[in-house]
Design a protein around this ligand. Structure first.
Ligand code: ADP
Ligand code: MG
Length: 574
């Protein structure tokens, strides 16, 4: 496609209005010329012969009459081996290399290739000459980290591709031709490992979408047991500033049972993202003992970067996640925080002078948010294998008030809600997921009736606790008091979990079933104590012993001794 040119007739912040001839399409990329510089931008609206473009850079210096070159291409990312372990900005510029070239004060108009061009990948062909394939079917594979990275027929391929030539086993760069494919019109095209894909178009080169039903173990007890996430499901973590959204997402990225993690970090402060960048590469993968980065991709934005790049970053992230799903991998996409993204939408919409919806967010906020989460899901690929993209998005509503447009729009579309509570984080009850407000539509790894009865204990115990604040302990019956102690016990030994303890930080599914089984039996049991003091003493001992139990390696001598101790404590009062 040949690109058009146009000239700027208006500049408003990072938005430019361009008069053009010929054809220009929505989401097409254009470059605004500023002397030697070419500033990347994207068409966000077309009206007659005028296009509005959001510029991904500071527009200082751009003025009326400056030229814009349209590329004829939609805003796209590069897909291929070499994505894992990288840290990109929202436009897929590798950040460390960018910083090396221009220091941390990025120079405008500098765009780098996302995939290294000089690295050679050991390609093993699986397709044979004469094979008839369709989009996304395998041509071969290369090793990347701990995975076999599939090299596939480009996702945009229409109809059948007949393999005319396939490269022999050997080392190739991402740009070298590894197959010649003939399309249905008889035209032969060179295919390389590298392919480009427009970020705002879902990758749907699979056989069918499946319902997300299989639990994704995050190893966070309150999540897996009470408010589970399914592979290919979606969930949302709203919470006020400092309630633990980022810590929770970090834990999940480390311990969740998935193959690849894609992190879209839209920082609330510049410092927060820098922290992520500094800390993350130092984390080790509990599964392999190697750096966690080897199966992670980070897309990184700070609120000091132009809003348009922030808007692009969540799409870049979900596109990369979907790419790995096509390789029959389970991918987890964590977006922190989607509120910053929504603010970018609000700013853009404001500059376009669109009719605002609630709280000045654009009227289409809900459909944009729904569209993003819909890109998650489990799919059956054309070879019969499955892959998944699970999406978890944090939301940081001002003042922690969930009754605002971004939280509400998100709650309409996600399958689970992990609401963080200021009261719990202030009381240092971490993770601060509110056990009374949160919900999930996905199946738990323990039986539903056990979860239900535990939730009843939490609710009723909480009611007693509220009442006790008014009438005091004396005004509370022994029976109610025990209920209150049971709820507190469940909270402190099971819902709360020490993110910074080697063993307690991650509880595997099997261990959750085991420990929750014990707790369930205890919660069901009538407790025979003579007075409140005895009840308090008992639960104090139970709490200490269970906390120690959580910190002991499962099956260790210590683990067994503590279990015996707990059984004895329970037996004494039965
Ligand atoms: P947010 O992203 O919601 O603003 P953070 O995740 O940065 O909040 O958490 C703020 C602070 O709360 C952390 O620096 C840490 O001290 C504490 N914290 C959060 N989650 C936990 C946790 N699971 N265990 C222990 N401390 C936590
Ligand atoms: Mg945070």
């Amino acid at each position: 496609m040949a690109g058009n040119t146009g000239s700027i007739v208006g500049v408003n912040g990072n938005m430019i209005t361009v008069a053009f001839e010929g054809a220009v399409s929505q989401n097409e990329v254009g470059y605004a010329r500023l002397g030697e510089l070419r500033l990347m931008s994207e068409v966000v609206r077309i009206r007659g012969r005028h296009a509005d473009l959001q510029v991904f850079e500071d527009t200082a210096g751009l003025g009326i009459g400056d030229q814009v070159e349209f590329t004829g291409e939609l805003l796209s990312v590069e897909l291929g081996p070499g994505l894992l372990a990288q840290i990109f900005d929202g436009l897929q510029n590798p950040l460390p290399q960018l910083a090396e070239q221009c220091g941390f004060f990025l120079r405008r108009g500098t765009y780098l290739k996302a995939l290294p061009r000089d690295v050679r990948w050991a390609f093993t062909p699986t397709a044979k000459v004469g094979d008839k394939l369709t989009a996304s079917e395998s041509l071969g594979h290369v090793p990347e980290g701990i995975f076999e990275h599939r090299i596939m027929v480009p996702f945009g391929w229409r109809g059948t591709a007949t393999v005319v030539e396939i490269a022999p086993p050997g080392s190739y760069t991402v740009e070298q031709c590894i197959a010649k494919l003939k399309d249905e019109q008889g035209q032969v095209r060179d295919v390389a490992m590298l392919q480009r894909w427009p970020v705002k178009v879902p990758i749907e080169a699979y056989a069918e979408r499946l319902r997300p039903t299989e639990p994704l173990t995050t190893k966070v007890r309150i999540v897996d047991t009470f408010f589970p996430v399914a592979r290919g499901g979606t969930y949302c973590i709203p919470g006020p500033f400092g309630a633990g959204k980022t810590v929770l997402q970090q834990i999940t990225s480390r311990y969740a049972e998935v193959d690849v993690v894609v992190i879209a970090a839209c920082g609330e402060r510049a410092g927060e993202v820098v922290e992520t960048l500094r800390e993350f590469p130092e984390l080790t993968d509990p599964r392999t003992g190697k750096s966690l980065m080897t199966r992670t991709v980070i897309i990184c934005n700070t609120s000091s970067m132009p809003v348009a790049a922030r808007e692009a970053s969540v799409y870049t992230a979900v596109t990369l996640a979907s790419y790995y799903r096509q390789m029959a991998l389970n991918v987890l996409l964590l977006a922190d925080s989607t509120s910053r993204w929504a603010q970018a939408l609000r700013e853009t919409s404001g500059r376009l002078e669109e009719i605002p919806g609630e709280e000045a967010f654009p009227a289409y906020l809900e459909s944009v948010i729904a569209g993003f989460y819909e890109r998650g899901g489990v799919v059956r690929l054309k070879d019969g294998k499955t892959g998944s993209v699970t999406i978890g998005g944090s939301v940081s509503p001002a003042g922690g008030n969930f009754d605002e447009p971004v939280t509400q729009a998100t709650l309409k579309v996600v399958g689970a809600f992990h609401g963080l509570s200021r009261a719990r984080s202030d009381a240092r009850r971490f993770p601060a997921i509110d056990p009374l407000e949160s919900w999930s539509k996905y199946p738990s790894l323990v039986p539903t009736d056990m979860v239900e009865s535990a939730r009843r204990v939490l609710r009723d115990g909480n009611d007693v606790g509220q009442m006790m604040k008014v009438v005091g302990e004396e005004g509370t019956s022994l029976e109610d008091f025990i209920l209150y102690l049971k709820a507190e016990y469940l909270d402190s030994v099971y819902l709360q979990q020490d993110a910074f303890h080697d063993v307690d930080c991650a509880t595997p599914a099997e261990r959750q079933r085991y420990v929750f089984g014990f707790i369930d039996r205890l919660l069901q049991k009538p407790i025979g104590v003579k007075d409140k003091a005895a009840a308090r003493r008992l639960f104090h001992q139970l709490t200490q012993a269970t906390k120690d139990w959580n910190r002991a390696g499962m099956g260790s001598t210590e683990f067994r001794e503590l279990e015996e101790k707990l059984d004895k404590l329970v037996a004494e009062v039965s």
